[in-house]
Design a protein around this ligand. Sequence first.
Ligand code: XMP
Length: 358
Amino acid sequence: HWTMDEFVGKEIARIRALVGEKGQVIGAVSGGVDSTVAAKLMNEAIGPRFHAILVDNGLLRQDEAKTVHKTLTEDLGIRLTVVDASQRFLDELRGVTEPEKKRRIIGRNFIEVFQEEAKKIEEAAASSPQAGEIEWLLQGTLYPDVIESISFKGPSATIKTHHNVGGLPGIMHLKLIEPLRELFKEQVILHFRLRCRLYFICNVPSGGPINARHVILPNARTKLGIPERLVWRHPFPGPGLAIRVLGEVTESQLAIARHADVIFQEEIVAGGFYREISQSFAAVLPVKAVGVAGDKRIWAQVISLRAVQTTDFMTADFWYPPKEFIKKVSLRITNEVNGVSRVVFDLTSKPPGTIEME
Ligand code: XMP
């Protein structure tokens, strides 16, 4: 019989055998469920011989780099370097409005920054006689990523470029280590589902694919010790707020997106809606509208709010907000966020929409 505890134990043993006594592993983390679980597994297996790198691309949400740093280092004991590359990303994005071009720029710069940092870690390791060489790159690839990247392939079928899929071409001398990939073999999914139905040890949606969240639940109290708030964290895309600021990405538009999003998220949590929603965000539309602030006419940005419910992120229903809730969010955003005159709510499911706006 197959269990999650066994998976974790086996995976740790497999990683140790693969990496050897001295080998070192690097990997990118985002603070999301998947990369955090993958990183924690590595940490359990080889401790500080795993080096995590968080690239702060300047497109993260309010205080996100700080929060992720705290969780990974203080709560989970993972060795982490945060690289502040904000300026570089913003410089490269200046004047760019085409969505796919934005994604390509972010993807390319992410790889470059990661490689540069990996090189520094490799050099430091090389000059330390006790440390082994860095031979491995951690990849937190999950089954849904693989499916989407397959269905997104080909010039005609390309819907969006998911920048974290497909490995990092520049550091090909590193071998890929993919602790979560095993989870998505059909057999494992089947066994896991059966167990879940029979023993209620976790809440894998019946029919939906599992993700890293389901790895952690049964082990939250035992092996992995991932904090509860992280288990339920909604996904956040690699290109970050750049695809939620429609049109040109500037500091001031990013500040609006951040502030509006903080308010929306705060109210979602306060209203007790966080777990029924799969993902939600505030986007800054590339238009201005007239409004009144105090007794003055303003011509300012329009914020679009979106919340969806889904089990697999391949299709999704829009979440319909209760009136009192959305009224409060709208009022707070127009009152508290400078440069916003209006709030609209996105009523598009996927398909025909996508979850993100760009
Ligand atoms: P879409 O917009 O394609 O989003 O319906 C589906 C899910 O994927 C996330 N997303 C991304 N995640 N890199 C990521 O890591 C990306 O480039 C990217 N684009 C979309 C999106 O937030 C949603 O959860």
